[in-house]
Ligand binder design. Sequence first.
Ligand SMILES: Nc1nc2c(ncn2[C@@H]2O[C@H](COP(=O)(O)OP(=O)(O)OP(=O)(O)O)[C@@H](O)[C@H]2O)c(=O)[nH]1
Ligand SMILES: [Mg+2]
Ligand SMILES: [Zn+2]
Length: 355
Amino acid sequence: MTRDYSQLFPSATPATAPSALARLGWQPFFAAQIDADTLTATPPVRVTAVHRSGLRVTGDGIEAELPPDEAVTVGDWLLYDADHPADSVLLERKSVIRRRAAGREAKVQLIAANIDTVFIVSSCNADFNVARLERYVALAFEAEVDPVILLTKADLAADPQDFVTQAQAISSRVPVIALDARGEAPRTALAQWAKPGRTVAFLGSSGVGKSTLTNALADTELDTQGVREDDAKGRHTTRHRQLYLTDTGPAVLDTPGMRELQLTDVAAGLSELFDDIEDLATRCKFRNCAHEGEPDCAVQAAIAAGELDPVRLTRFRKLAAEEAHNTATVAQKRAREKGFAKHVKRVTREKPNRR
Ligand SMILES: Nc1nc2c(ncn2[C@@H]2O[C@H](COP(=O)(O)OP(=O)(O)OP(=O)(O)O)[C@@H](O)[C@H]2O)c(=O)[nH]1
Ligand SMILES: [Mg+2]
Ligand SMILES: [Zn+2]
């Protein structure tokens, strides 16, 4: 193989046209992990979809399916071993979005890796819910992905600004945009994030317009379907996460509507989201103040002064409790599995002696 990978290294002068890999979202962060020989022997490929049968990957002139691997998710970069596909090596991630898997099992589900901007999508209708948006923002902060809140169906709302104002109160660090997701408008509205070489993802409930937005940015013709009139709920039209690659724009991840978003391991994300409350808490008289009537409580003082919405404090408490519970449950399960694995190892090691 005589590929020229020189342009992929951070020190190289940038090529005028985006290289095939840059088009897939390849960035200096990944190039810095490997040398030119490795790159030639095992060219990078990106996971565009995860199916039960395997991982769909795309590279420079490569389209392949790799064996299933639970540790790999959409957006990941692998060094493709053409002779032994199962030995392809996972590159270190720039970011990873994960949640507690739906259902009773205490498992973590990887949602996507190496996303630059996550568009948290809701609509200016019955889908809009501040507590739910906060969950997504905490998830994004934890993953170190920049979140942007998109409020679709502004064209159908009597007063979209009312939704915008509520969403803006979630965090001063999260831009909020109300728009009509159909047509060309999103291209302009999202241009500052949706650039070539970047990767963006749409997350949110079913029916809020994630595929409609993907169609706008990636020039795809994905199925979109009307929502129920009474409660604005969608029909779960999109079934799989899929990364779409474009010639002149970003890589775009469309995802199925999430029914529930359970947080786990997002303590840092919650601290960042509720940094106003945490700042206040440092000014309480007692370091372990529960803000429930203790003397000289800065949090209660801020509520009394109208500077902090008491409902925001309630939501913070609820999320923090849920996060702690899920994190402990998942950790316990991991420890149990580890204990079991150790036990199995010991038993196998002891076997020869028992003969
Ligand atoms: N009027 C209006 N309709 C919209 C807007 N955004 C989406 N829709 C419509 O809402 C419906 C649902 O849109 P989809 O793009 O399928 O929603 P989704 O988020 O991909 O839904 P799932 O795939 O089920 O998760 C479709 O009929 C869209 O045409 C908008 O901004 N304005
Ligand atoms: Mg969809
Ligand atoms: Zn206090």
